[in-house]
Design a protein around this ligand. Structure first.
Ligand SMILES: [Zn+2]
Length: 238
């Protein structure tokens, strides 16, 4: 299986699906991670380009920590994600055509932040466009429309999961990957008033309780035409 996670900011895919991605790596999948933004907004003290350079490196290290094959960053500035931006659509189409994913993890289409919802639309649109032969970009057309699993976000209180993945064996690796985002420890608690890393851990524990695991991540599967198939794609059991 080939797997691509399309997160909005550096750290979003980590929170949403890195336990599952680590399981995908363990079962032999080729795993890729793509960030849409460069994280330019994530600091109280550094200038946008200064913090962006740090955050892209942190995201690269996080992807490496779970054994991803490659990390891509489209370089959009935080708060500028626009699902109608043709240049960004084309960049993402090429990441998808290059990585040829069977399944994509991405942001949920309802969220507290516009960048996240625009990323969800971008991933949905670009992964369809990637299969259209007459839409020409650098890489050749993708043959099958990839399945999409929307990640649970910190900002969604009524997220309704369709699928669970037991991440009890990979929660440590996920924590290691999250720790790569050193610059965000201070920023996230200063901006939101809570510890996002502790909250993520607690959420994985809560989702685990719901499905009989110690820790779990959950997803909402896109059930539209061509996005579904007849077998389970997510890692099974423990
Ligand atoms: Zn984000």
């Amino acid at each position: 299986m080939r797997v691509l996670a399309i997160g909005c900011h550096p750290d979003d895919a980590e929170f949403g699906c890195f336990g599952t991605l680590a399981r995908c790596v363990a079962r032999g999948d080729e795993v890729y991670v793509c960030g849409i933004t460069n994280g330019s907004g994530g600091s109280m003290t550094l200038e946008p380009d200064e913090i962006a350079a740090i955050r892209v490196k942190e995201a690269e290290a996080a992807a490496k920590a779970i054994g991803a094959k490659e990390y891509f960053n489209l370089g959009v500035y935080d708060l500028y994600v626009d699902s109608n931006d043709r240049a960004v659509i084309d960049k993402l189409v090429d990441v998808i055509r290059y990585t040829k994913p069977d399944m994509i993890f991405t942001q949920y289409h309802e969220d507290y932040m516009r960048d996240h919802t625009e990323t969800s639309l971008l991933a949905f649109n670009a992964s369809f466009i990637a299969t259209i032969p007459n839409y020409k970009t650098k890489y050749p057309v993708l043959e099958v429309v990839p399945s999409i699993f929307y990640m649970e976000s910190e900002g969604v209180s009524d997220f309704r999961p369709t699928d669970y993945v037991d991440i009890s064996d990979t929660i440590e690796l996920k924590t290691e990957a999250l720790k790569c985002h050193e610059s965000q420890y201070g920023w996230l608690s200063a901006h939101t008033g809570n510890d996002a890393f502790a909250a993520s851990h607690a959420k994985n524990q809560f989702r685990g309780k719901q499905c009989g695991a110690e820790y779990a991540e959950c997803f909402s599967r896109c059930m539209l035409n061509q996005r579904v198939n007849t077998y389970r794609m997510l890692p099974e059991g423990r």
